[in-house]
Design a protein around this ligand. Structure first.
Ligand SMILES: C[S@@+](CC[C@H](N)C(=O)[O-])C[C@H]1O[C@@H](n2cnc3c(N)ncnc32)[C@H](O)[C@@H]1O
Length: 394
């Protein structure tokens, strides 16, 4: 078994609460890729156990600060803790969907597991999670309160490259016969393509933000859902009472799913779809003086790292300026950013710039994050990524 000894700086960093150790902060040690290794301070005191990556800049991801080696019981308790948290959130209805395991944010480094009905879709992003995959899946199946019909490994995420890992897609259990159906409270019914859809198939992190946005048009209204993916913001709004919902999306398969999801949810007469480039299309709609009571803009990440921040700032300001032009006084802008490199403060300052260049007053009613089955680990700011602003136009 390998062992790792940290530098003094590495020890202080770890004791400061961050669970990642960078390769430069490892003074000495050896381990095989993905191995669970004991971690020591320069003077030899035990600092706990971590998963080792031989390739990444993040050499160690702490699993426990305890001296004892994690055994099967330890890992089962970790998996059980994640499932129990979802049960307490009321998210374990077998017809619904939720994120079951949120990786480093809840002590299972590198592993994400989403549940769609009784199907599990997982992604491993590190050497450690890859090495432990089959063992952790066995524990998950043991801990789940129902039989999993499908287990799909959709580890086709680009972050794997940082760990020297190839993309991998592997069906570990069951058979996939077309899209899966998910039912959420309030009559939202939607199809999920777990094989080809974005992420593991859907953006589960927006669940609560969709409900909050929809409340704005409970008494009726016109809605624009830009960067709609499978249309769940717009369909939620139609279910709440909006009379006319226009979803804009450039991905052809997603556009088809929007109509299919509107039909499954019983609001097909009130949801339209246009396959367009939103950046250009929003400007044309503003020029045509279209107006909406609620506009949602939820683009893909504009900044994937700190180097891309300046370009991202320009992108967010311009996009939100165009969206604001479509909203009359009293209209609500729901604007999201899933860029890791864009912090909460940055994002609200970009929205302020958009309001300023628009010559409008704007009021931030709420700045939320992801739904609670995507927790942020305190001490690991890297686990916070989603910002969703609710801005009332003056
Ligand atoms: C973050 S996802 C949206 C998630 C969605 N709002 C939801 O709640 O599930 C971003 C979407 O924008 C689409 N997209 C990216 N660039 C686009 C563009 N220029 N015009 C239109 N759609 C775009 C992607 O295909 C993707 O579906």
């Amino acid at each position: 078994m390998g062992t790792m000894t940290l530098t003094g700086k590495g020890r202080r960093w770890l004791l400061g609460g961050h669970p990642w150790i960078y390769a430069d902060d490892v003074a000495d040690g050896e381990g095989t890729p993905g191995e669970l290794v004991p971690v020591f301070a320069p003077q030899g005191e035990s600092l706990g156990w971590a998963l080792f990556s031989a390739k990444s800049k993040i050499a160690l991801r702490m699993v426990t600060r305890a001296e004892e080696q994690p055994n099967r019981e330890f890992w089962l308790a970790r998996v059980q803790r994640a499932i129990n948290a979802r049960a307490k959130l009321g998210l374990m209805d077998p017809a619904g969907a939720c994120r079951l395991v949120s990786g480093d944010a809840e002590g299972l480094p590198g592993l994400v597991v989403d549940r769609y009905g009784t199907a599990l879709v997982l992604q491993t992003g590190t050497q450690g999670a890859d090495r432990m995959r089959d063992f952790l899946v066995e524990l998950l199946l043991e801990a789940l309160p129902f039989e999993a019909s499908v287990v799909l490994d959709r580890s086709d995420v680009s972050v794997r490259r940082l760990e020297g890992l190839e993309p991998r897609v592997e069906l570990l259990r069951g058979a996939i016969e077309g899209p899966l159906e998910v039912q959420e409270q309030g009559g939202l019914v939607y199809a999920v393509d777990i094989e080809h859809g974005h992420k593991t198939g859907a953006y589960l992190d927006m669940r609560d933000n969709r409900v909050r946005a929809a409340a704005a048009v409970a008494g009726g209204g016109r809605v624009l859902d830009a960067f709609a993916y499978d249309g769940l913001f717009g369909i939620r709004a139609a279910l709440a009472g909006a009379e006319d919902v226009l979803c804009l999306e450039q991905n052809a398969a997603a556009c088809e799913r929007i109509l299919e999801n509107a039909r499954r949810s019983g609001v097909e007469g009130r949801v339209r779809v246009e396959r367009v480039d939103c950046m250009k299309d929003l400007r044309a709609r503003a020029d045509a003086e279209e107006r909406y009571d609620l506009a949602i803009v939820d683009p893909p990440a504009f900044a994937r790292n700190k180097r891309e921040r300046a370009g991202a700032e320009r992108g967010y300001v311009e996009l939100n300026r165009r969206a604001m032009a479509l909203l009359p006084q009293g209209g609500l802008l729901v604007s999201a950013s899933c860029s890791h490199a864009t912090g909460r403060r940055d994002f609200s300052s970009y929205l302020a710039s958009a309001a300023r260049v628009s010559g409008r007053d704007a009021f931030l009613e709420a700045l939320t994050g992801a739904a609670p089955d995507h927790p942020v680990r305190l001490g690991l700011p890297e686990s916070e990524y989603l910002k969703c602003a609710f801005v009332r136009m003056g």
